[in-house]
Ligand binder design. Structure first.
Ligand SMILES: Cc1cc2nc3c(=O)[nH]c(=O)nc-3n(C[C@H](O)[C@H](O)[C@H](O)COP(=O)(O)O)c2cc1C
Length: 249
């Protein structure tokens, strides 16, 4: 707990909505503190290695305070220039979750109808479930990325480089920042006893989902993260040995 949250006699300071009011929702600050308390209950290794993608969920609702705590952890992610280019929209409403999944199906229907995709029906069927199971989770966090342009981006644009050439030299610091936040979000969910899955397949329906969720101005859908108590056993995917992914010079 942060020393700022105590007065000189060690008493918890009463500030904000939830402070000291029985039954009140915790403030975001309190949620962050609760999350930290839960985080120190498991080792870093357990938090990181114990997590795996979960794709089936129990219907039990996820308290809003728990989602706030997860987002408070996600927000601790490093971000380019501390731009914090993320925005999170937590979708509890089942009708809205189903509409999001329908939008993904519709985007895949469009693909299936394209002459260029003729003969790829099997691939499209495989993507359908991979991209839509999120609707069955009691809460789905849609992660949005806000535009970010550092001085170097502006200078490269002035040089007249194409966006491909700029990406080659910059590698999307905005999306890298989002990735850091999503990894923390799913790790916090795991530590708090929830299953989750980082999903980008639903981004195929980004324009429709942005409209359904009334996305913050200028924000683009970057990922979708269903969260709920896991149904079924965790299955840990293998990783490459360190000596295959690390080299020294
Ligand atoms: C950027 C990214 C996008 C992903 N998109 C999806 C997705 O759309 N659907 C899905 O079921 N899993 C998705 N995953 C989960 C990966 O399949 C999973 O992380 C990987 O197989 C490793 O398994 P683990 O998370 O259980 O360790 C995604 C993961 C990442 C990092």
């Amino acid at each position: 707990m942060c020393p700022d949250d105590h007065n000189h006699s060690g008493e918890r300071r009463k500030h904000g909505r939830g402070a000291g009011v029985p039954g009140a929702r915790p403030t975001a600050r309190e949620a962050e503190i609760d999350a930290r308390a839960k985080l120190i209950a498991v080792s870093f290794a357990d938090a990181v290695a114990g997590r795996c993608s979960m794709r089936r969920f129990l219907p039990d609702p996820v308290p809003r305070g728990d989602v706030e705590a997860m987002v408070a952890v996600a927000e601790r992610a490093a971000s380019a220039g501390n731009s914090q280019p993320w925005r999170f929209v937590a979708v509890e409403d089942e009708g809205l979750r189903r509409e999001m999944a329908e939008a993904v199906h519709a985007a895949l229907d469009v693909m299936a109808g394209l002459p260029e995709c003729r003969g790829r029906a099997r691939d499209i069927r495989a993507i359908r479930n991979y991209a839509t199971f999120f609707a069955d989770a009691p809460v789905v966090v849609a992660v949005f990325v806000l535009p970010y342009a550092a001085r170097s981006d502006e200078l490269l644009a002035l040089r007249g480089l194409s966006s491909d050439e700029r990406d080659r030299l910059r590698q999307r610091p905005d999306l890298q920042s989002i990735g850091a936040a999503v990894q923390l979000l799913i790790t916090a969910a795991h530590v708090m006893g929830y299953g989750s899955c980082w999903m980008t397949a639903p981004v195929l329906a980004a324009p429709a989902i942005e409209e359904l969720l009334a996305a913050p101005a200028g924000a683009r859908l970057a990922a979708v993260v269903p969260i709920g108590r896991p149904a079924g056993r965790p299955r840990h995917s293998p990783r490459l040995p360190v000596d295959q992914v690390l080299s020294w010079r």
